[in-house]
Every structure is written in C-alpha cells, then in structure tokens.
Design a protein around this ligand. Structure first.
Ligand SMILES: NC(=O)c1ccc[n+]([C@@H]2O[C@H](COP(=O)([O-])OP(=O)(O)OC[C@H]3O[C@@H](n4cnc5c(N)ncnc54)[C@H](O)[C@@H]3O)[C@@H](O)[C@H]2O)c1
Length: 327
C-alpha cells in the first residue's frame, strides 16, 4: 500500500546551507514531488535560497512543519541541531530525511528512531553513498559470494577543504568517517575491532583534525581501512579523491568520484564530482518515491546510523587512549 497517494508530495527544508542546493536539485528531478518551502536561521540566506529554489520562506520551523502541504521534512542543519528539528518534524506527523551524522550520540539517534517507529513514520538517515548503482552492485556481489572470501575493504577520501569551510563542521572523524562507516556496513558488514589515528596539518587556528585513518578487522577475519582527509586533494594519477574498494579471492570492485569530473567548482570542492550530486539524487528519489509512495523500508536505516555512530565513538576512544577497541 503506498503511504502517500496525493498527486504532489510536499517537501520542506529545515536548514538552507550548502547541502540544501544538492537536495533542492534532487527534489526538482523527482517526479510528483515539490519543494514547498524552507526555514533557515539566517534570514538573508533564507530569502536568497527561497528565491533560488522558487519556494516559500517560513517564519519559523514550527510554521513549516505544521503546514499540511508538507509531507516530508529534510533536516539539513548542523549536526548539533539534528535532534531538535527531527523531533519537531516527527511530532508534527511528518516523515524525515536527516543529514549525516544523524546525531551527536547513540542515545540521540535511538530516540529519533523510537519516535519515528511509535508514530509509524519514516525517519531516514542521509546515507547518500549507498544509493549509487556501483555500491549496490558491490553489495550484491559480496552477498552472493561471487567475490569469494572477502580479503580487504578500503574507503578513501582526500578532498581539500579550506579552513573557513571545515570549521563549520566537526573534524573529519565525525564529518567524513560517518560516511565510511555506513558504506562499510552496507558492503561487507560490521568490524569486530579497530584502531584509529588523527592529525591536524593545514589549519591555522581551527583545532579539529583534518586527517584521520582507521584500521579494522571484520567478522570473517578480513581487514579494512578508512582514510578521511580535508588536508589536501590527491592530484596523482588514478587519485583517491573518493575511492571504495572491496577485494575478494574471486574478484574485486571499485567506486571512484573520478569516474565523472566536471571542470568547475562543486560547492566547496575544487572540481565538480558528478557522483556526489548523483548520490543525493538517488537518495532523495529512494526516500520520496520508494519509501513514502511505495511503502518500502529505507536501504540504510536509523539502526545502521546507530551502528555507524558506535564505530565513530570507538575510533574516538582509540585515538584518545591509543588502543585497539573491541566492538
Ligand atoms: N551527505 C553529504 O555528503 C553531506 C555533505 C555536506 C554536508 N552534509 C551534512 O549536511 C548538514 C549541513 O551541512 P552544510 O554543508 O549545508 O553546512 P552549512 O554550514 O552550509 O549549513 C549549515 C546550516 O545549519 C544552520 N545552522 C547552524 N547552526 C544552527 C543552529 N544553532 N540552529 C539552527 N540552524 C543552524 C545554518 O543556518 C545552515 O542552514 C550537516 O549535517 C552536514 O554534515 C552532508
């Protein structure tokens, strides 16, 4: 049974920063849906984005979530306010897509999950990478056993972020390794132990880390590696801009941002990696059409967001204490 049958499914944005541009473009490409309006804390930005997106600018988050024309809310603010706005939207009976990292703690994410479940609403984490066809193919190859015994998995990210941009985010452990964690879970499952290191190399005053690496042992004994860096772009041949590899005894797979590159700045990136926008288009389509219209469960759930958060917190403990952490 489709959940929402009305001809136009209304969407509202809480937060109109950089990522809202990708989400607005994704909603425009999604048939039978419309961005009705947004709320943003900074009114100058709110007016600018509302004009750009051709939608309403609401006076408050409460006014937005209570508009009957809106069926689904995208929470696109900074990490620290996801909990507050997700709860507000769910309490108003609206389905929610909440950007990653979903919350600042496992307890926050669990409360959002429980509230959504108790109200029969979908609350989907913004785990955009898993909606790429190449990721799904890798997932299916691993699950069917066609790659043989999995030996290793790698998720690499090397995209320079100026200090002004990076300082709007937590360090790369939370900001970027969250992506790596849900990707790993989707492709090859949960690790059983990990150790991590971080460093700050290119900021003048911001003290958060701009590079972090994690080593993991998976349930079948295979090893995995994460790298997340805002410190420098990788300019060498076959660069590890965003690179995901799974290697098995019977085959291997690769996903790379460098498969499609447009020579123009892409948001805060020095070039436009088409797959980034593409993953958000696929994610939004999955949420609005597959989940809200067709009643499917999200491919990546709030339970996955909780597991990803546990990996992040384990990496933080490993970094702080200089130890291998069992999961
Ligand atoms: N999925 C991805 O690939 C991806 C990429 C970039 C950002 N993100 C996530 O999207 C979210 C927004 O990131 P962004 O790049 O748009 O950042 P941004 O700095 O451009 O925008 C942040 C937004 O949060 C709002 N905000 C900040 N503090 C607030 C507060 N106390 N109360 C209310 N609103 C507040 C700002 O007004 C702005 O609308 C973050 O959670 C980030 O992790 C996801």
């Amino acid at each position: 049974m489709p959940r929402i049958t009305k001809p136009t499914l209304g969407v509202g944005f809480i937060g109109a920063g950089d990522i809202s541009v990708l989400h607005a473009s994704a909603v425009r490409k999604c048939p039978g849906t419309k961005l009705v309006g947004l709320w943003n804390r900074n009114q100058e930005r709110a007016n600018q984005r509302a004009a750009e997106f051709g939608c309403r600018n609401y006076a408050s988050p409460a006014e937005l979530v209570n508009d009957p024309a809106i069926d689904a809310i995208f929470v696109l603010t900074n990490l620290e306010t996801h909990f507050e706005y997700t709860k507000l939207a769910l309490a108003a009976g609206k389905h929610v897509l909440v950007e990653k990292p979903v919350g600042i703690s496992v307890a926050e994410i669990d409360e959002m999950r429980k509230l959504a479940d108790s109200r029969g609403l979908i609350c989907m984490p913004g785990h955009n990478y898993v909606y790429e066809a190449s990721m799904t193919r890798t997932h299916d190859l691993v699950a069917s056993g066609d790659l043989g015994t999995i030996v290793s998995a790698y998720v690499m990210y090397n995209i320079h972020h100026p200090e002004e941009v990076a300082s709007r985010y937590p360090g790369v452990v939370r900001q970027i390794l969250t992506h790596h964690s849900y990707i790993l879970l989707y492709l090859v499952g949960q690790p059983v132990e990990l150790c991590a290191m971080k460093a700050t190399l290119h900021y003048k005053t911001y003290t958060a880390e701009d590079i972090a690496m994690v080593q993991m042992r998976l349930q079948n004994g295979a090893l995995a590696h994460f790298c997340a860096s805002f410190a420098a772009d990788d300019h060498a041949a076959d660069p590890w801009t965003v690179m995901v590899k799974v290697i098995g005894t019977a085959g291997s797979t690769r996903y790379s941002y460098r498969d499609h590159v447009e020579i123009k700045p892409g948001q805060v990136h020095s070039q436009t990696y088409t797959a980034y926008q593409g993953s958000v288009i696929n994610e939004v389509r999955h949420f609005l059409i597959d989940c809200l219209r067709m009643d499917q469960q999200p491919l990546s759930t709030m339970s996955d967001a909780i597991t990803a958060q546990k990996l992040i917190e384990a990496a933080e403990v490993s970094i702080r204490d200089g130890i291998v952490v069992k999961l």
